[in-house]
Design a protein around this ligand. Structure first.
Ligand code: 5GP
Length: 208
């Protein structure tokens, strides 16, 4: 199964994704590629950091499941190859979520939102984003939320790490029970499509 955490910058997607894989032994978090420079203090394995030529070569070789350009940098998910028995978790932007939706309609898209724009801006500043970048991310965030709500199976407000992570974990569990039994047990916010499990197809995105 594929679970996608997407939403505006500063919503806390990375923190929630890290918490989810910590508490769920059957979730495998994909590591994205990016042409963005590593931020000061950012772990070297936060992304696979590459130059644009290398990224574009990977696109041509059809090795991305989805990819997109966001504020001048390229970001992409390699075709997922999770270990046997694991479900895939992607932490990506709206454009990536749209590509996953059209490629794998059975994927579960979870829109993560900040509780308000002050907290969102604070989260962006705390990881070293410039004021200019913070302003651009906030602006992009309005549209990301508006369109995101139209494609999301579930919307979660990140008003606290543990609470929001527990809510997302509940959605994941509900989808798994739906896949197993044909009927979910928890929540009610998740779209009712049967979830396919097993290996991902080896087809690849053309990107955006
Ligand atoms: P940042 O530069 O702040 O790490 O990420 C910028 C945006 O790109 C965030 O919304 C993040 O979720 C998104 N992103 C990270 N990895 C990927 C990816 O592989 N594909 C897509 N489409 N977006 C990504």
């Amino acid at each position: 199964m594929i679970f996608v955490l997407f939403g505006p910058g500063g919503a806390g997607k990375g923190t929630i994704a890290a918490k989810l894989v910590e508490i769920d032994p059957r979730l495998w978090l994909s590591r994205s590629w990016t042409t963005r420079a590593q931020r000061p203090g950012e772990p070297a394995d936060a992304y696979c950091f590459v130059d644009r030529a290398t990224f574009e070569e990977h696109v041509r070789a059809g090795e991305f499941f989805e990819w997109a350009e966001f504020l001048g940098n390229l970001y992409g998910t390699p075709v997922p190859r999770p270990p046997e028995g694991f479900d895939v978790l992607l932490e990506i932007d709206l454009q990536g979520a749209q590509q996953v939706r059209s490629k794998r309609p059975d994927a579960t898209l979870i829109l993560l939102l900040p509780p308000n724009s002050e907290i969102q801006a604070e989260r962006l500043r705390s990881r070293g984003d410039s004021e200019d970048h913070v302003a651009k991310r906030l602006e992009a965030g309005f549209e990301e939320e508006r369109i995101g709500r139209q494609i999301a199976d579930a919307v979660v407000v990140n008003d606290g790490l543990m609470r929001a992570a527990a809510e997302v974990a509940g959605i994941v569990d509900s989808c798994r029970s739906t896949a197993r039994t044909g009927s979910g047990t928890a929540g009610g916010t998740v779209g009712g499509e049967d979830q396919a499990s097993g290996a991902l197809p080896d087809d690849v995105s053309e990107g955006s």
